[in-house]
Structure formats: structure tokens, C-alpha cells
Design a protein around this ligand. Sequence first.
Ligand code: PMP
Length: 381
Amino acid sequence: MTLQPNDRVASVPESGIRKFFELAEERDDVISLGVGEPDFSTPWAARSAAIHSLEEGRTSYTSNRGMADLRRLISDYSRRWDHDYDPDTEVLVTTGASEAVDLALRAFISPGDTVAIHQPNYISYRPGIQFAGGEPLGVPTHAADDFALTPEALAAAGADEADLLVLCYPNNPTGAVMDDEEIAAVAEFCVDNDIAVIADEIYAALTYDGDHTSIASMPGMRERTVVINGFSKAYAMTGLRLGYMLAPADAIESLNRVHQYTMLSAPTTAQYAAIEALRSCEDAVTEMATEYNRRRRFVLSRFEEMGLDCFTSRGAFYAFPKCGGDDEAFAEQLLKEEGVAVVPGSVFGDGGEGHLRVSYATSMRELKTAMNRLETFLQNR
Ligand code: PMP
């Protein structure tokens, strides 16, 4: 046999984001508002703990589920969102939220299962569902609803027949946050239609103007929800590759059955960093979140001054203004003419077209210049 991809792999297109960023790398005056990762360094205390663990030579595998101290700290930390998970049986530490998403899809999808995903959304879910043999079912969300998922949209898309729902709020790419009542309505739909939920809450700590509500805290949802979170965004630890899952013991058992054979354990050095992050870096997270919020307000107010229509995003570090028409052409021209890189909304699925994903995980100085360039670009159009 030759090294041909199987049908599942062959059916998945190349990432639209990467394609676009190859263009940006060709010049050196580009301000990138395209990246989905913090511009801050990992808090020093966490880095220092990682260094210390290396000096001590603690470079062996850990327990499959992650170090016991870390699981305990994760369980305590998660109480802020009304989570109550036993550190010994209901927490699994993973190699980034990425592994967690993949594990959940592989452990719970049976061939042919329908998996509802609201759109526009993070680009990894659809391929992950396809790799796992599921059928993705896109459920559109709209700027008019502040990109919240509604039971009406779920029903209209036929998601009452779905087996699973992947829910991501605060959302990448829109920055949308769903409030208590909106989450409660989706929870009711899932209970009524017997749908399990994979809740990717990696941006939970980056929620502005209010707090994050987890669907797992709604009546009837704990037993049908896997919560995913991680250290990449809130703790600026993308390269350390550490995430985790919270779920009832039998679900964690199933997830660990895949994890123990495919990954063995999450990176040990990163687990030491994460333990220290949870012990002593709360203030650093608050400082970063405060700065993202300041930038968010700045970007939204500049959009308003330029007449660029944008709903009020309240989470993550993304704004999702409407550019109208062909968003890919808009983004390409903006890059060519003004050296500002953003991601065309259509990359993120139905409903993303005619929008741009603008990341404000960039210094205020760069953001100011980028907004001035965007204004010039709009004036010249
Ligand atoms: N989920 C969402 C919504 C994300 O935006 C990202 C990172 N871009 C991930 C998961 C993956 O994060 P990690 O670095 O923890 O693998």
C-alpha cells in the first residue's frame, strides 16, 4: 500500500487560518490581529516552578489522570463556576484542551452519530468529529442574537435528533458569551432531546461584564456534560500544552481508557507549572483579563467611530465586526494595502461570512496603529 490518507482524513480541508497567515509572513511591517493566543508571558511563578522541577530531575511520566495535587487544585479552582468534581475520579489532565476535545469526540461518538456544532465556531471541532466518524450538523447563530445559541436555532437545524452538542462559550471566533437564561434554555433542549454536551470552556476566565455560566451547572446537565478547560488562554501557557476535563466518574473512566493508551500522561513539566499557576497566579490572571477588557473596549469604540458594525463581544480576546460582502477579499486587501492581518469570518463556518475575527491579544500600541490603518483602509474603499 502507499501512504494515501484514508477517506476521513482526505475529506477534511486544510485550515483556512494557516493558509491566510502564510501570506502575512511574507512581509515584515504587518501587525497581526490574527493570532488566537495571549501576547503575555506565562506568569513567572509558574515558569519558575517548571524550571525548578527540571532542576530536580522530575521528568518521568505522571499518573495517567495527572498529578494528584494538580487534580485537587483544578477541582477547587472549578468551584467558581459551580462545578463540584471529585479530584480522584472526576478530573482528567490532558495535553492541552486540544487533546481533551479529541478524546471526548473519540470516546463518545459512535459511527454515524450526529454531532451539533453552533456556527461560526472554533475550527477544530468539525474535523475532530469527522476523524471520530461522526456527522457534523451546523447550527447557525447570528449577530442579531449576539451569536448566542438558541433552542429555536437548534430545532430549526434538526438538532433535536443529534446525539451530541459541542458548545463553546465564551466563543472563538465571535467573543460571544451566553447568560444564565440563554444557557438554561439550551440545557432544557438537551435534556428534553437526550443530547450529551461537550462544553469547551477554555475562555471561561476571560469573561467581561458578568461571569461565565457553565451548562454543566444547569438541572439535569451534570450527568450528560463533559467540561473542557485549560491553561493556554487564562494563564498564557499555550506552549506548555496543558488542559483538563471534568465529568462524572464513568465518563472520565471512558476518556481515560483512550488517554492512557494514546497519551499516557500530560507533560510533566507543564503539570508543575500548572500547580504553581493555580496556587499563586490568580492576580496575574486578573491583571491580564483586565488588560484584555481595556483593549476590548478600545477596539469596540474604534469600530463604532469608523462606522464598522460590531456586536458587543464579552469574552475571550476576539471581536467579530461585520465587513460585509466577501470577507476573504476584504482581509486580503487589508493585509496587502495596510499591513493588518485579521482572519476572514467565513473560515469559521456558516454565519461567519461577511465578518472578520479581530484578536486583541496584542499590545495597546499595536492595536492603536492597526485601528488607524483599518480606518484609512475603510476611507479609501
Ligand atoms: N478550544 C478553543 C475554543 C480554542 O480557541 C483553543 C485554542 N485556539 C483550544 C480549544 C485549544 O487550546 P489548547 O492550547 O489548550 O490545546
